[in-house]
Design a protein around this ligand. Structure first.
Ligand code: ADP
Ligand code: MG
Length: 546
């Protein structure tokens, strides 16, 4: 074995620190190891060695055990404290085997005896370097295994950024994520001062600065020295404080998720091809983690959707049961009511009635009519008559409802702001029924703003993703939290007897449901309420052109 460590890239040269007080040994090792493609730095004693280790990163230290000032054993302790990853080979003269053994107990990789057998040294160095490499990889796997257990991206990414700094022995790192808008935003960073972190908050377009270019080309980059000299990043001003960077695209199944930036600023040591290999493995872990988090989020959304559907189902079942009950009652009441009203009208025709009697019978008629209205509502609610299914424009339906409520709204001095685009996609349904829903919502809003100083009803329309949405927002009383779940229940009302039937919203709910849409409420007590109608846009008339 010739021990020649062939490297595919000069950058990947392993760096060895030779520590010996004898100049002859330093020169010999320096010459021999350099000729085998290692980069060698020498130190004359322990203090000198520590000084150099503090400034640069070495993969391996070969040190004499016996030296003046600080001996090899003391130095070994100090080295391991400074950088536990660096491997140390101790060299000993005859008769110091015991020292060598205790050195290994303290974490030295191995020892060699003087005078040196060069082949032995080279083979030992190679093994030590392999171990060093494996240790780093193991670190990557271990840490990322732990990290992958976490699911929430906002917890995960800062840890990932910190690990990037540790594993790649960098001074700072940031993880940028591609936003839906197509630019890169810093999602987490480590090692940056507050001001620097703020500077990096900005959103980079693809192709903009180094990260943007790496994102666009999807090719990782090591950048050493000023950017001006690098043809890949022509025209980009380098940030003066950075001495070396790795910029790595995070890609999952060909799709760009973001970019990892790792920088050395304090350390002057350049990143090597070996560092890039570590970054490759580490980035695949980050990518997996981001993907896991996204899958988890989708799962959460799904769960929420199912919960919503459940709530809707319960609501529909409740409506159906009450519908049957009220249909029965309505029929029972309808006939006697017709009798009462018929006879009252007959009596009213008589000439012998006193003024007082006439007034009393008028009251009977009036109250019976109210009963009749309630029964009519009940029947409508219970039958849930299937309406027409025609492409229907929402703006005319809103306008019709506003016109019906117009007198009431003006009397209550309510300002109405209507922002419903006329080209809103049409929906498939029954204009009359939809008008009834809008009228209910408008009248409820009006009642909730009763007596308010500056009542304001805002009606907005919008369309997105095949759905048309109308929002009725008022600044009235709002709805107490404990009532939010009840407002769509039949007969639920907070209005005084005679003022509310508690049927408006449940009827509206039923109508919107029959239109394959959804009616929901957002409100807080004292802060107004918003009722939101969502309906599927009509496919036959995508632009509302009928
Ligand atoms: N815009 C609104 N602001 C505050 N509360 C509302 C609003 N709309 C409906 N509500 C609440 O929902 C209840 C039920 O409404 P609804 O079914 O229309 O019946 P009613 O209007 O006859 O009471 C109301 O009594 C009220 O408490
Ligand atoms: Mg109502």
């Amino acid at each position: 074995m010739d021990g020649n460590r062939q490297t595919d890239d000069a950058d990947a040269q392993a760096k060895i620190l030779v520590v010996d007080d004898e100049p002859g040994i330093r020169d010999m090792l320096s010459f021999e190891l350099s000729s085998h493609a290692y980069k060698v730095v020498t130190a004359v004693n322990g203090e000198d060695a520590l000084e150099k280790l503090r400034r640069e990163k070495f993969h391996l230290v070969i040190s004499d055990v016996k030296m003046p000032r600080m001996d090899g054993m003391e130095m070994l302790d100090a080295i391991k404290k400074l950088d536990p990853d660096v491997e140390v080979i101790m060299s000993t003269g005859f008769g110091t085997i015991e020292t060598a053994v205790s050195a290994m107990k303290k974490g030295a990789y191995d020892f060699i005896q003087k005078p040196f057998n060069l082949d032995e040294i080279l083979s030992l160095i190679e093994k030590a370097l392999e171990k060093n490499e494996l240790k780093i990889l193991l670190g990557v796997y271990e840490t990322s295994k732990a990290v992958l257990a976490s699911i929430k991206l906002d917890e995960l990414l800062p840890v990932m950024a910190k690990l990037s700094v540790q594993i790649l022995k960098a001074d700072d790192a940031s993880i940028m994520l591609a936003s839906p808008a197509g630019c890169l935003e810093v999602a987490a960073s480590a090692g940056l001062s507050g001001a620097d972190a703020d500077k990096k908050k900005a959103c980079l377009a693809l192709g903009e600065r180094v990260a943007g270019i790496v994102a666009q080309s999807k090719a990782p980059a090591i950048i050493n020295g000023p950017l001006e000299n690098d043809p890949r990043f022509h025209g980009i001003q380098s940030l003066s404080s950075i001495s070396s960077s790795i910029v790595y695209p995070l890609i999952l199944e060909g799709e760009l998720l973001g970019v990892l930036n790792v920088n050395r600023t304090v350390q002057l040591e350049a990143f090597t091809a070996a560092d890039l290999r570590h970054a490759t493995i580490f980035c695949s872990q980050i990518t997996q983690a981001i993907n896991n988090a996204a899958l988890y989020r989708r799962l959460e959304d799904k769960i929420l959707e199912i919960q919503n559907m459940e709530a809707q189902l319960i609501q529909s079942e409740k409506l159906a049961a009450i519908g049957q009950l009220s249909a029965g009652i309505a029929h029972e009441i309808n006939n006697p009511l017709a009798g009462i009203m018929g006879f009252a009208e007959v009596v009213l025709k008589s000439d012998t009635l006193s003024a007082q009697q006439r007034e009393d019978i008028e009251t009977i008629l009036q109250q019976s009519k109210r009963c009749g209205n309630i029964v009519k509502n009940l029947l409508q609610f219970s039958r849930r008559k299937k309406g027409a299914e025609k492409p229907t424009q929402l703006l005319p339906a809103v306008d019709a409802a506003l016109q019906l409520a117009g007198f009431d709204l003006r009397r209550a001095k309510i300002e109405v702001v209507k922002d419903v685009p006329p080209d809103l996609p049409a929906v498939l349904g029954d204009q009359g029924q939809l008008e009834q829903v809008f009228l209910n919502l408008i009248m409820n809003a009006r009642q909730a703003m009763e007596g308010a100083k500056s009542g304001k009803l805002i009606i907005t329309g919008s369309a997105e993703g095949g759905l048309v949405t109308l929002r009725f927002q008022d600044n009235g009383l709002g709805i107490a939290a404990e009532n939010l779940g009840k407002v769509f229940d039949p007969f639920f009302t907070t209005k005084p007897v005679g003022k509310g039937t508690g049927l408006g919203l449940s009827i509206s709910y039923g109508i919107i449901e029959a239109h394959h849409g959804a009616l929901r409420v957002e409100s807080r007590e004292g802060e107004g309420a918003a009722f939101i109608v969502t309906l599927p846009a009509c496919k036959e008339a995508p632009n509302g052109q009928l």
